[in-house]
Write a protein that binds this ligand. Structure first.
Ligand code: SF4
Length: 94
């Protein structure tokens, strides 16, 4: 499980780029986005993402690849869904 999560969270930047999620990958996969334990877990993961040098690349990769579970680039599944919806709406309005 840990190995898979590390690979999932370092898709393009390889082992020379250490990111916070590589040290604690399980933190970035809460069982849900509700409830005090999950919310505390998500808050901690997002705080680590904010200090990550790859946060923008990570979010874009998650959006491009359609990752629908876990914290990526400082966002939850629901937040990425909102970003996709807003981008789609903005694209349709042009
Ligand atoms: S932004 Fe977050 S999930 Fe993405 S590589 Fe950095 S620490 Fe990991």
């Amino acid at each position: 499980m840990t190995t898979v999560s590390v690979v999932l969270h370092a898709p393009a930047w390889g082992p020379q780029h250490t990111t916070p999620c590589q040290a604690e990958p399980e933190l970035f996969f809460p069982v849900s986005e509700d409830g005090p334990r999950s919310i505390a877990q998500i808050t901690k993961a997002k705080r680590l993402c904010r200090g990550c040098s790859r946060v923008e690349d990570c979010l874009q990769n998650a959006l491009d690849e359609g990752h629908d579970h876990g914290i990526w680039g400082g966002t939850t599944t629901a937040e990425r869904r909102d970003i996709r919806r807003r981008r789609k709406t903005a694209g349709a309005a042009r």
